[in-house]
Design a protein. Sequence first.
Length: 103
Amino acid sequence: MNNNYLIPANTKKSKLILGFFTGIDLAIFGTGCTVTMIMLLVFQGMDFTTALIVLLPALISGFLVIPVPNYHNVLQLITNIVTFLLGRKRYYWKGWCIYNVEK
C-alpha cells in the first residue's frame, strides 16, 4: 500500500470496557449505586421527595458516565469544558518565522 496506513475510526473503543466505559467510570457508577442501595436499606417508609433524594447518587453517577457523541462520556465533556474555561487564554507564538528574529 505504498507505506500508507489507514487507522480505523474506533481504535480507542478497544481500550474501553464494553466499548464505552473506563475503570474510573465503572467505579463512579458502582459507588453511586452502592450509596443508593445503602440509603434504600436505611430509609424504609418514603414519600416521593425522600425517594428522589435516595435515588440521587445513582442518577447523578449514571448521568456522568452516559456516553455522548464525539466525547467519551459526560464526565469527560465536563472536564474538557472546565479545562478550556480555566486554562490559558492568551497564546504566545513560539514557532519559526522569518519575521521572528532576535535583534
